[in-house]
Design a protein around this ligand. Structure first.
Ligand SMILES: [Zn+2]
Ligand SMILES: [Zn+2]
Length: 214
């Protein structure tokens, strides 16, 4: 099995977790043995998030999607953003805030859980007070219980084999939907594929906005 960053292998990752006897859990309680906490930081594309969310739903998996309120790449307050929030919940997923320091205002769109975007070490794992979870606080995070696909690179290797063998007591698995949904052997290629798709999407939006594209 090759560990490429594509939807086929994402599906295999989910199946590996199921084969290893894991259950999918949220950030609403301390992790227990046998939990896999699927976490998605949505940095760039709501379309990619929905795509991955649908695949997870097909596989019987549930995840927490962390969405930004001040992204330069998407607008959560637009109709598209509202529809994305609704769709993620319809599919059985939860929505947390992907926050940019120091802003972490949790309005009614979010569960009380925060993941900082590109955090500095000083505040990365700091608890956020009564009733609000930080995904990187010590109870959710340990080097042996955390894997991330940052910049299309697994620092400690793709976890699919270790998941299938049940080697993690529990695992927080952070993945970025864009990396899996758009093709590319490197982050640079994947980002260019995302921009190509974005261009098509923008042309459709212009047409919907009654802009003459002739
Ligand atoms: Zn793999
Ligand atoms: Zn981020």
């Amino acid at each position: 099995m090759s560990c490429s960053f594509d939807l086929e292998h994402y599906r295999e990752l989910l199946r590996s977790a199921q084969e290893g006897g894991y259950r999918f859990a949220f950030f609403d309680r301390d992790p227990q043995a046998g939990d896999v906490l699927l976490r998605h930081d949505v940095d760039l594309s709501l379309d990619a998030a929905i795509h991955l969310a649908e695949l997870e739903h097909e596989e019987g998996a549930t995840a927490t999607y962390f969405l930004m309120t001040g992204s330069v790449f998407y607008n959560l307050a637009s109709t598209e953003g509202e529809r994305a929030l609704e769709r993620l919940r319809e599919l059985g997923h939860r929505v947390g805030l992907h926050a940019v320091w120091p802003h972490r205002h949790l309005d009614e769109r979010f569960e009380p859980v925060v993941a900082w975007h590109n955090p500095d070490p000083e505040y990365m794992g700091e608890p956020l007070g009564e009733g609000v979870a930080n995904v990187m606080e010590p109870r959710f995070f340990g080097p042996e219980r955390y894997r991330s696909d940052s910049n299309q690179h697994w620092r400690s290797g793709c976890p699919h084999e270790a998941l299938a063998r049940g080697e993690f007591e529990w695992l927080q698995l952070l993945t970025h939907p864009e990396i899996w949904v758009y093709p590319g052997a490197t982050m640079g290629e994947t980002m260019r594929a995302l921009l190509d798709a974005e261009r098509e999407r923008r042309l459709e939006q212009l047409a919907e906005d009654r802009i003459d594209l002739s």
